[in-house]
Ligand binder design. Sequence first.
Ligand code: FAD
Length: 457
Amino acid sequence: MDFEVLRARLGAGLIKDGEPGYDQARQVWNAMIDRRPAAIAKCQTPEDVSTALETARSAGLPVSIRGGGHNIAGSAVGDGTVMIDLSAMRSVVIDPHRRVARVGGGATWAAFDAEAQRHGLATPGGVVSSTGVSGLTLGGGFGWLARQHGLSIDNLIALEMVLADGRIVSVSEDEKPDLFWAVRGGSGNFGVVTELTFQLHQVGPQVLFGPTFFALEDARDVLTAYARHASDLPRAGCVWANLMTAPPAGVLPESVHGAKVLTLMQFHADLESGRDDLSRLYGGVSPLGDALSPRPFTEAQAFLDPAYEFGARNYWRTHNHLTLSADLIDTLVSLARDLPTPESEILICQLGGAIADIPSGATAFPHRQIPFMSTPGVRWQDPADDHRVIGWLKDVSDQLAAHSVPGCYVNFIAEAEGRSQDAYGDNLARLTDVKQRYDPDNLFRVNQNVPPRLAHA
Ligand code: FAD
C-alpha cells in the first residue's frame, strides 16, 4: 500500500499499524473499542486532510474520522481504515463583537467554553467537557443551554469541510445549502469538518448548577412531578434525571453513600428565579442532599467530567419518549434497584424548548419533538464482566423500549452500524440524495451510514 505522499506530508504524523505510538493513537473514550486502522493520519491543516483522503481513495480504504474520540460506538476508529485524527486542529478563536466562534475540527468543549467565557459567551454544547465539538455538533448536540438557544447545529453558521474528492469547501446557508442541511444531524457521512463557525450568546459567567439527590423510595413521586412540570420550566432551565448510585459527596449523609438514588442534575441561567423554578420539579419531596449553587459556567460544564473519564468499558442504549408515563416511571425505579456496577446509571435527558421551535425537516436532525430521551448506560473496568453487565443493560433497554417511540439520537447509539433509519428517520431519503452528490463511493462509511442514492436504487 502506497503511503509515500502522505508520509512526505505528515512525517511522524502518519502512524501505520505496528509503528511507535500506534496503540495509543487508536484508543478512544470507550475502552470496549479495540480496532486496528491501516494508518492513522494526524492532520494539522485541511490540506493534510485532503492528502489523507486522496491516499485512502487510491488505496481503496474507507475513512474514519476522529474529533474528540468520545463516540460510544467508537466510530472514530475502524479496522483497516485510514483514520483521520483531528486532535491537533483544536484552535478556538472568539470574535466578541460579532459574537462568533471559529473552532478547529478537533477541539473539545472544554477549550471552546474556556475561550468563549473569557468574553462571557457560550453556545449550546454537551454536558461533559472532554467531548469533541465536531462529533457532538454534527449529530445534533444538546446540553444545558439547548432549551434556551437550541441544538448545537442550530447555532452553526458555517463549516469548512474537506469532501471525499479532496476539495476544501465552505458550507453554509448560502454555499452548498444542501450539504449544510445534511451535516446538521447527518453526522460524519459527508466529509471531514476542519472548522466550525458558531453563533454565541451571553451566558453567565455565574449560573445556577448542581445535583439534588433523592432517596430511591421517593423517586416515583419526584419523577412524577418532573414528568408533569419539566415542560413548563422556563427555557433558561434544564434538568436531567439520573437513577444512579450515590457518590461519597459531602452534601450527602455517609449512610447514603453507595445507595441507589435519584439525582436531578439541574441548570438554570437565572440566579434569582432559578431555585424556585427548579424546586417545582421535586414534587414537595425533601431531598437527601443538595449541591445546587451558583457556579462559573465553565465549572458547570466540567462538573460531570470525573464520572466519565476515558478508559472504562461502556455500553449504552437510548430511547425517545413523548411522555414519562406512570408505568414507565415504575419501570425505571424498579430497574434502578439492580444497577450492575456503581458507575452504571439510567439517565433521562430533557429536551424541548427552543429545540422544538424548528421543524423536524429543517435540518437533518429528526428528533425535535422528543421531550425526553432515556439513556441507560453501564460502565465497568473488567472485561470478565462484559457478558453480565451488557446482558443487564439489554434487558433494561427492552423494557424501556416498550414505553418509547421510534427513533433514537445518532450520537447515543452504541452499535457500530445498522441504525440509520432510527437515527435519521424521515430525513434519511433526502440524506441519501446529498450523499450521492458528495460521497458517491461511500468513502465515509464508518458511521451510522447514509448510503449513496444509487447504491440501493
Ligand atoms: P468522535 O468519536 O471523535 O467522533 C464521532 C463521529 O463523529 C466520527 O466517527 C465522525 O463520524 C463524526 N465526526 C467527528 N468529528 C468529525 C469531523 N471533524 N468531521 C466529520 N465528522 C466528524 N451528546 C450530546 O449531544 N450531548 C451531551 O451532553 C453528550 N454528552 C456525552 C458525554 C459523554 C461522556 C460521551 C461519551 C458522549 C456524550 N455525547 C453527548 C455524545 C457525543 O455527542 C458523541 O459521542 C459524539 O460522537 C462525540 O463526538 P467526538 O468528536 O468526541 O467523537
